[in-house]
Design a protein around this ligand. Structure first.
Ligand code: GLU
Length: 305
């Protein structure tokens, strides 16, 4: 069985080795420095065994794949009621960086778009930005099973060009969504997006969700099953930018993608697959990542539906 899985991943990588569609994200200038032909795949079984192929150990920035994990941390630390008072769970159908809130509640529609992700950061209790970032980094590292490093260049590049996120943070502040200074909250958000991961790290982080909050490699309980249940539900409906509907019908797994080119897809109780390929489609999803995951779901019949 192990050999079959490995061969399958190697075949997927070989099949896409020559494909060069899509484009690197360039609105964060530093992201254009990445090799667009990188392609890595990691599958984690529910007991934490990893199958890897291609550039599975190449580091890239986590970007939006950070969002479900900070949301989970906020739920874990302050509880559902406090989180729900500030962030909804409805798909927005809008671009990830839309400057918008829900018409009625004046809170972000969900935690997987930037507005909701910035609100999630502010919900993590801390005495200041450094402590808040340390908590976030520790939480991701506990899910990944190793201490994650931070990419200073990508962070500075995003901070220097992040007017749109600044507009979102100030809008949230004006609606009373952020309990702290918007610039400080945003700085932590930029830092969390600049944490460096490999597809193997993300497979382990996803596997921690697949196992209901226990990292299968370290055996450590990182959060509760209730927190994981809520996080995975929001990933199903809102995790794939404004292509969430297509994703659910074609692949049918809770997932999250990021403009660094990663996509992590979780089959609760069974496995996690992470694909990294930095060339993106117009929605901001990794083009080869989508193709590989569609093929995988079609072949294995692992849609949760
Ligand atoms: N740091 C990026 C931003 O806020 C993350 C976007 C993404 O990966 O979707 O624009």
């Amino acid at each position: 069985m192990a050999e079959l899985v490995q061969r399958y991943l190697d075949d997927l990588v070989a099949e896409y080795a020559e494909v060069s569609d899509g484009a690197l994200a360039d609105y964060i200038p530093e992201l254009t420095q990445v090799d667009p032909s990188g392609f890595g795949l990691t599958l984690s079984s529910s007991d934490g065994f990893l199958y890897e192929s291609g550039d599975a150990r190449t580091e890239f920035t986590i970007q939006s794949i950070s969002k479900p994990f900070t949301y989970a941390l906020a739920l874990d630390q302050v509880g559902e009621e406090a989180v729900d008072a500030k962030i909804g769970v409805e798909p927005s159908g809008e671009a990830f960086n839309e400057i918008s809130v829900d018409d009625k509640t004046k809170t972000p529609k969900n935690p997987m778009i930037n507005a909701g992700a910035i609100a999630s950061v502010a919900l993590v209790p801390a005495a200041g930005p450094d402590e808040r970032f340390a908590k976030i980094r520790d939480f991701y590292s506990a899910c990944a099973g190793r201490p994650l490093e931070f990419d200073e260049d990508v962070y500075r590049s995003e901070k220097a060009t992040g007017s749109r996120n600044r507009a979102i943070a100030y809008m949230l502040d004006s609606f009373g969504v952020l309990a702290d200074d918007p610039d400080e909250v945003l700085d932590v958000y930029f830092r969390q997006c600049s944490l460096r991961v490999t597809s193997a790290d993300l497979a382990r982080m996803g596997a921690t969700l697949a196992r209901g909050g226990v990292n299968p490699q370290t055996g450590r309980r990182v959060t509760s099953t209730r927190v994981v249940q809520r996080t995975l539900s929001v990933m199903v409906t809102c995790g794939m930018y404004n292509a969430a509907g297509d994703w659910v019908s074609a692949v049918g797994m809770p997932a999250k993608s990021g403009v660094g080119g990663g996509i992590v897809a979780v089959v609760p109780g069974r496995l996690t697959l992470c694909v990294w390929s930095p060339a993106l489609d117009p929605q901001g999803n990794s083009l080869l990542g989508l193709k590989a995951l569609e093929l995988f779901a079609g072949k294995t019949g692992l849609s949760i539906f």
